[in-house]
Design a protein. Sequence first.
Length: 246
Amino acid sequence: MGDFMLILNRGKVKTVLEYTKDQVFIRFEDDVTAFEGAKKESMKDKGSINCKISTIIFKRLGESGIKNHWIDTNGLATMRCHKLDIVPLEVVVRNKAAGSICRQTTIKKGTEFNEPLVEFHLKDDSKGDPLLTPDRMKLMGYDPYTFISITNKVNIELIRLFNLINLDLVDFKIEFGYDKNGELVLADEISPDSMRLWKAGTQESFDKDIFREDKGDLLAAYRTILKDLERLDYLPYLDSEKNKKE
Ligand code: UDP
């Protein structure tokens, strides 16, 4: 993969390069940012660690029947993906309260929700990624329930996956796009940069809050997650297809 490829998008921590007319490379950079880019650092190997974590997650979600853009990962920090028509929304799922929901409401950090909360935000840093209502979404041309249905399946799979490595999935953000058949497909990355993970039964962070709040070694936590997920990859009981057959 050379530098001659057309850059389709240069995000805060990822670069999207055009590979063919239907496929892109998503390169994870060694950067970490918070507070809409106001806090930024470069950390060697962070890109390849997050690329590997995202790869394991997309692969598992695909095996559970959740369509996503991932095709393969050959380069150190680069995933090959289907090119999608990206939907400018961030879909946030909350199983427990943390972050903006605590800052914006009277809900206390750590409150567990009976039903996962699914929120939609407009993906536009210049507007502060405002929270959308389902009605506003419909007026923008999106059916909230199609997104909610896929998102709930993703949540169930991710809770299960992280429970196996002793982490509670507090919240996460996902993005979507339409494939060439017009089908809604999971896009972007799914990594500890875009989720909150607490050591089971505690509020000890294994995610970007370590960087946001200057509370420890971010890369050490990310490496632990990767090592534990890689170990799981060999365990047959994680294989949902196999479980169905047995
Ligand atoms: N998140 C993200 N990108 C964003 C905003 C949020 O990946 O632009 C993730 C964030 O890491 C967390 C979840 O979505 O896991 C919920 O974030 P929240 O709304 O609490 O905002 P924050 O506290 O991160 O400002």
